[in-house]
Design a protein around this ligand. Structure first.
Ligand SMILES: [Zn+2]
Length: 484
C-alpha cells in the first residue's frame, strides 16, 4: 500500500503534518454528527462536504475508510423541542434524522461505515463512566457524575488554552455540586418530566461529550487516525472528549484533529433571496436548478475556499461558483466521446497537480484551478472544431474531470441535465439561458459594479455573451440588452 502522501493541519500541534494512519491502508475516522432537533443548515453542509472530500480522497488513494459519524438523539435541545411541540421525543428525533438523511443525499455525501445513535449506546457510555470513576478521573455529586478536569494534565492542549484562562469563563450553575467550576458533566441525574435511563449512578442521561468517546471506542478502538468536526466543536466538546477518552484508556485519543472553518453570512440580502433561512432543505427547494445541479453548485461553492478559512455565503459568490462550474461543464460537453479507451493515466501532469493540491492539506481551491487550467488549454482546440493536433490529450482532460467527480463530487451530472444551460452533447456549444437567468445575472453584475468589483462584473458580462446576450452600458441607468 503506497502512503497517501497526504499532509493535514493538525489542530493539536497547529502544524501541517504527514498523515500516517496506524494501520497502513486503513483510516479510522470519526466526525461528530448532528443533534437532531432541527433541520440542518449550511454550516452543517460545509462540514459534511469537507469530511466527505477527505473520505473520497482516502478511497481514491486506496484506503479502507472506517468512517463513523454519530447522531445525538438525546439532548436538552431535543427535550425542549419535544416539550414545546407536545410530541414524544422519538417523534422529534425520527423526523430530524430523516431530514438529515435527505440533506446528506441532496448533498451527495457518501455514507459512513456506521452511524450510531446515542440512545443505542448507553451501556458503552455507562461502562466508560465507571472506568473514569474507578481511576479517580470522575466523581458523583448531587445525582450527577462529573469529570475531574484538573486530574487530566493535558486539559486545554487541544484548544491551546491554559486553565487559568478557562477558569474565568467557568461557572457552577445553581443545583450543580461540582468540586471545581472547570469540571464537566458525564451523567446528568434524572429531572422531573425529563426522560431518564437506569444506571449504577442512579437514573439519568448521558452528557453530550461522553457519547462520542464511547461510540468511537466501540467502533474504532482507543486511537483514531482522524477526528473531525466544525471549529465550533474544538472547545469544549473535543477538549472534553479527549480528556475523558485518554483518562480512561491511557492511549492517544486522536492522532490528527481536523476542524473546518465557519460559514458566515455578512451579506444580509442573502437571507432574503433564500427565504430568510440558511437551511440545506430550503436552499435546494429555492434553487432554480434541479437537485443534481444544485448539489454540485453548492459543493463547488464551498470547495472553492480552503476548508480552514471562513466562507462568506453571498449571492455574488454563489453566482461566481455557478459560472465557473458552467465553464467546466461546457468544456466537458465538447470533449470527444470516450472512443479511444480509458484515458486514466498516472503520468498525467493534470492528475499529479490535482492530487498534489488535495494532498497538501486538502487545498481544494488549487485543485479546482487545475481543472480550469486544463479547460483553458484545450478550449481553443475544442472551439475551433478540433482541427489539427490538440494541445493536450483530451483523454487526460476527461480523466481529470472524472477524478474531480470521484474526489470532489462535481462534474458527475449528465451534461444534458446541466441547465446553465448547456444543450445536449453534440449540439452547437451555445449555452441557452432563460429570461429569469438573464435578469438575475444582470442584477448581480450591477451589484458587482456598485461595489467596484469589475473583475466579477466582467465574468458575468462574458457569461451572458456566451449565450448571445450583449450588455450595452448606459450612463446613469441599467444596461441595454441586445441579442446577437
Ligand atoms: Zn463529538
Amino acid at each position: 500500500m503506497p502512503p497517501s502522501g497526504l499532509r493535514l493541519y493538525n489542530s493539536l500541534t497547529r502544524q501541517v503534518e504527514p498523515f500516517v494512519p496506524q494501520v497502513p491502508g486503513e483510516v479510522r475516522m470519526y466526525v461528530c454528527g448532528v443533534t437532531v432537533y432541527d433541520d440542518c443548515h449550511l454550516g452543517h453542509a460545509r462540514s459534511q462536504m469537507v469530511f466527505d472530500t477527505l473520505h473520497r480522497l482516502f478511497r481514491e488513494t486506496g484506503h479502507i475508510v472506517r468512517y463513523v459519524r454519530n447522531i445525538t438523539d438525546i439532548d436538552d435541545k431535543i427535550i425542549k423541542k419535544a416539550r414545546e411541540a407536545s410530541r414524544p421525543i422519538s417523534e422529534i428525533t425520527g423526523r430530524y434524522i430523516d431530514s438529515f438523511h435527505r440533506d446528506m443525499a441532496r448533498l451527495g455525501i457518501l455514507s459512513p461505515m456506521a452511524e450510531p445513535r446515542a440512545t443505542e449506546f448507553l451501556a458503552g457510555m455507562i461502562s466508560l463512566i465507571e472506568r473514569l470513576l474507578s481511576v479517580g478521573a470522575a466523581y458523583a455529586a448531587g445525582g450527577d457524575v462529573y469529570f475531574r478536569v484538573r486530574k487530566f494534565p493535558g486539559y486545554g492542549e487541544l484548544s491551546h488554552q491554559v486553565l487559568e484562562d478557562l477558569m474565568s469563563g467557568a461557572r457552577i450553575e445553581p443545583g450543580e455540586e461540582k468540586e471545581d467550576p472547570l469540571d464537566f458533566v458525564l451523567w446528568k441525574g434524572a429531572k422531573e418530566g425529563e426522560p431518564s435511563y437506569p444506571s449504577p449512578f442512579g437514573a439519568g442521561r448521558p452528557g453530550w461529550h461522553i457519547e462520542c468517546s464511547a461510540m468511537s471506542l466501540h467502533y474504532l478502538g482507543p486511537t483514531l487516525d482522524l477526528h473531525g468536526g466544525g471549529l465550533d466543536l474544538l472547545f469544549p466538546h473535543h477538549e472534553n472528549e479527549r480528556a475523558q477518552s485518554e483518562a480512561a484508556t491511557g492511549a492517544t485519543f486522536a492522532r490528527t484533529w481536523v476542524h473546518n472553518g465557519f460559514v458566515t453570512t455578512r451579506e444580509t440580502k442573502m437571507s432574503k433571496s433564500l427565504g430568510n433561512t440558511l437551511q440545506i432543505r430550503s436552499f435546494f427547494e429555492d434553487s432554480p436548478y434541479p437537485e443534481e445541479v444544485t448539489r454540485e453548485w453548492l459543493r463547488y461553492f464551498f470547495l472553492s475556499t480552503h476548508y480552514r478559512s471562513p466562507v462568506d455565503f453571498t449571492d455574488q459568490a454563489l453566482a461566481s461558483a455557478k459560472l465557473a462550474l458552467d465553464g467546466l461543464y461546457q468544456c466537458r460537453t465538447l470533449l470527444p466521446a470516450e472512443d479511444e479507451g480509458e484515458g486514466e493515466d498516472d503520468r498525467s501532469t493534470f492528475r499529479a497537480d490535482f492530487m498534489d493540491a488535495l494532498s497538501s492539506d486538502l487545498d481544494t481551491p488549487v485543485a479546482l484551478s487545475v481543472l480550469h487550467e486544463a479547460k483553458s488549454r484545450i478550449n481553443p482546440w475544442l472551439a475551433g472544431g478540433r482541427k489539427g493536433a490538440s494541445p493536450v490529450d483530451p483523454r487526460e482532460v476527461r480523466a481529470l474531470f472524472d477524478l474531480a467527480g470521484r474526489t470532489m463530487g462535481i462534474l458527475l451530472a449528465p451534461p444534458s441535465r446541466w441547465v446553465s444551460g448547456l444543450r445536449e452533447a453534440g449540439a452547437p456549444p451555445v449555452p441557452e439561458i432563460s429570461e429569469t437567468e438573464i435578469v438575475r445575472l444582470v442584477a448581480l453584475r450591477e451589484e458587482a459594479r456598485k461595489k467596484r468589483d469589475f473583475r466579477e462584473a466582467d465574468v458575468i458580462r462574458d457569461r451572458l455573451k456566451e449565450s448571445g446576450i450583449v450588455l450595452e452600458d448606459q450612463p446613469g441607468g441599467p444596461p441595454r440588452i441586445r441579442r446577437i
